[in-house]
Design a protein around this ligand. Structure first.
Ligand SMILES: O=C(O)C(=O)C[C@]1(C(=O)O)C=C[C@@H](O)C=C1
Length: 265
């Protein structure tokens, strides 16, 4: 078996993959989250992608991958996220800081205090460390494993805004079937029309059945201003298939997958 994740080595995605991989399962690294989706479909392997963070919200590239590809969600993982500020230079010598945009948001309070340095966004937390390992006068916001890998001194631990900072990751697979006893389901509502009460009607189906939503997020449909799709996660009951049938009667629905709930990793 093979597990596809965002690289290079040292990302949070990579740290999670190391923890959850099966014995003898090989981890393969890709430069973007979109490439992880493509590999999962083309090679028929499983992948791990970040989907939302407690501070910075949804991860757009993953939401787009779920909407636009046939990958299915087969599991979820919650991982506490600790950010490290690393550099070979002293704070007054630092003129540039490399950071992933999600990490920038998660560490905004600390980074706003670094007024003399300019911020450059990168494709991952490991890439940030890689840049800081050879650019003079630079620093990075990164993971503990990437700091070790690139031998970068830690100037400050835990620079995230909140000590409860957590990212939820999804396991995605190609052509997977839902388990018989799922605990959660994810769908995207793709409205066929813009009419009064549509969202009320959708939420009413969950309310009437006493179903708890664990997340609802609107995202532009990319078809024009004011047009949205809605990502909904809900806790399942024995009649979860009927819930989806009811939804399909009033709106467009893309089923993303049903799966078991997971503990913190
Ligand atoms: O760059 C990484 O280390 C990643 O695994 C990506 C990612 C993300 O895009 O959310 C994962 C967890 C953290 O929330 C920050 C970055």
């Amino acid at each position: 078996m093979t597990l596809a994740v965002l690289g290079p080595k040292g990302t949070f995605s990579c740290e999670l993959a190391e923890k959850i991989r099966n014995e003898n399962e090989e981890i393969i690294l890709f430069p973007t989250i979109r490439d992880v989706f493509t590999a999962v479909l083309e090679k028929n392997i499983r992948g791990i992608v970040p989907v939302e963070n407690s501070e910075a919200g949804g991860v757009g590239e993953t939401l787009d991958g779920l909407l636009q590809t046939e990958c299915r969600i087969t599991a979820e993982y919650y991982m506490p996220i600790r950010h490290f500020f690393v550099s070979r230079y002293s704070p007054d010598e630092i003129s540039v800081i490399y950071t992933h945009p999600q990490s920038h948001e998660q560490c905004s309070i600390y980074l706003n205090g670094m007024k003399r340095a300019s911020l450059i966004h990168t494709s991952s937390n490991a890439q940030s460390a890689k840049e800081a390992s050879f650019i003079s006068g630079s620093a990075a916001v990164t993971t503990e494993s990437a700091a070790k890998l690139y031998d970068l001194p830690i100037l400050q631990k835990d620079i995230q805004n909140s000590l409860n900072n957590t990212t939820r990751f999804l396991e995605i697979s190609a052509g997977a079937l839902d388990p018989d006893d799922p605990e959660k389901c994810s769908v995207v509502i793709i409205p066929r029309e813009n009419r009064p009460g549509l969202l009320y009607g959708i939420l009413g189906i969950f309310a009437q059945r006493g179903i708890n939503l664990t997340r609802i997020e609107s995202r532009p449909s990319k078809e024009g201003i004011g047009r949205y799709v809605f990502f909904i996660d809900f806790e399942t009951d024995p009649g979860w298939q009927e819930t989806i049938t009811e939804l399909k009667k009033i709106t467009g629905v893309k089923e993303l997958g049903c799966y078991r709930k997971k503990d913190y990793v």
